[in-house]
Write a protein of this length. Structure first.
Length: 364
């Protein structure tokens, strides 16, 4: 138990907010048409800061209380590899075995990092069901309208399993924030796992613990491309973690991720990322591709090719389960049969340009 965690968290969150927001002011093309976008970014940023203060305080109070109730170590699996390498599909496929694995959903990451918050929202969900789930249907309607275009790139939803590094939003210490705030260089320490404050990793561990208090018999399943270079910290935080390392041709990874950056940069700032930014992103993608090849990963890592996931997901899952010495349940086997059929009919709606000169970016 560390009584100084809360002031550290509040200082990190506040400092990071002002640093990133100040940098964002310089990114705006200052013209009259940019005012609505500036207002949107400012409102989202301030809301994120205020709700972060609330979450940090609640998580800290619970941390003090739960120090008296030790949590038994739990098995944990990390899906890593560069973004757009199949990590999302692999995550959803493995999370489908809900008797074996448990992952945080988006509503938990943004609105309920503490156990008490989870119980409260789960209770409200049960109450909503008693009245025919009108609130649930309203949320789904809003999501469908709000995320219509973005879902072609990456499907979003409050009730979907998601990358749990998003919980570090509360400390403005997740690379996901780069889609909204700041320069790429301001996330370098996170992406390369250099000089990340221990309080940041402590917050992540506590939030995962909070989730597992409600799922004590399961294996925790995490998917985080942006953790690909953080094996040393994850191995220190958790007991004997295992890694699923996704591989894909960089000629596909980079353009796909660039399209995501391009879409969100235009949405929030009304312009395209600069060539300098693309170069910096490409350098980071290369690091994430190579990082899981380090010695620290070797004993507890299984590699999975994007092509294998696309062409034979069932065979890949069976191979992963053998590696982890897990047994496929009967219900999950039936799900895998359906997945095999869905794979034959699957066609991605994400269209992106492959005209980027990656050799030129690599020289930059």
């Amino acid at each position: 138990m560390n009584l100084f965690l809360l002031p550290q968290w509040l200082c990190i969150s506040t400092w990071r907010f002002f640093k990133l927001f100040t940098e964002s002011l310089r990114l705006f093309p200052w013209r009259f048409s940019s005012i609505p976008r500036f207002v949107l970014v400012a409102l989202l940023s301030v809301f994120a800061l205020l709700i972060s203060y609330l979450h940090l305080c609640v998580v800290f109070v619970e941390h003090i209380f739960f120090a008296l109730i030790p949590l038994k170590p739990y098995p944990i699996v990390f899906i890593v590899g560069p973004p757009r390498s199949g990590t999302t599909r692999m995550h959803k496929l493995m999370a489908g075995d809900c008797k074996m694995f448990s992952s945080m959903k988006m509503w938990e990451l943004f609105f309920a990092p503490a156990t008490s918050q989870k119980l409260l929202l789960l209770g409200l969900g049960k109450l909503d069901e008693l009245f025919g789930a009108p609130f649930f249907r309203l949320i789904q309607f809003i999501e469908k309208k709000a995320f219509k275009n973005f879902n072609r790139i990456h499907e979003l939803g409050l009730f979907n399993v998601e990358e749990d590094a998003l919980v570090l939003f509360h400390l403005f210490s997740s690379y996901h924030m780069s889609f909204l705030l700041g320069k790429e260089q301001s996330y370098e320490h996170l992406n390369y796992n250099k000089g990340v404050p221990k309080a940041v990793w402590s917050y992540y561990k506590i939030c995962v613990d909070n989730h597992m208090r409600l799922n004590p018999t399961k294996t925790y399943l995490s998917k985080n491309p942006f953790f690909s270079g953080s094996a040393e910290s994850l191995i220190t935080l958790f007991k004997a973690p295992k890694f699923v390392y996704m591989l894909r041709d960089m000629n596909q990874v980079a353009p796909s991720f660039f399209s995501l950056k391009k879409f969100l940069t235009h949405f929030f700032y009304g312009k395209q990322p600069s060539e300098k930014r693309y170069k910096y992103i490409f350098k980071t993608l290369l690091f994430w591709r190579e990082a899981p090849k380090k010695e620290v990963y070797k004993s507890e890592t299984i590699k999975a090719e994007f092509t294998e996931l696309a062409e034979d997901p069932v065979g890949l899952i069976k191979r992963i389960y053998r590696f982890m010495e897990l047994e496929l349940g009967r219900e999950y086997k039936e799900q895998l049969k359906q997945e095999a059929q869905a794979t034959k009919n699957y066609k991605s709606e994400h269209k992106y340009s492959t005209d980027f000169d990656l050799n030129a970016l690599n020289k930059g």
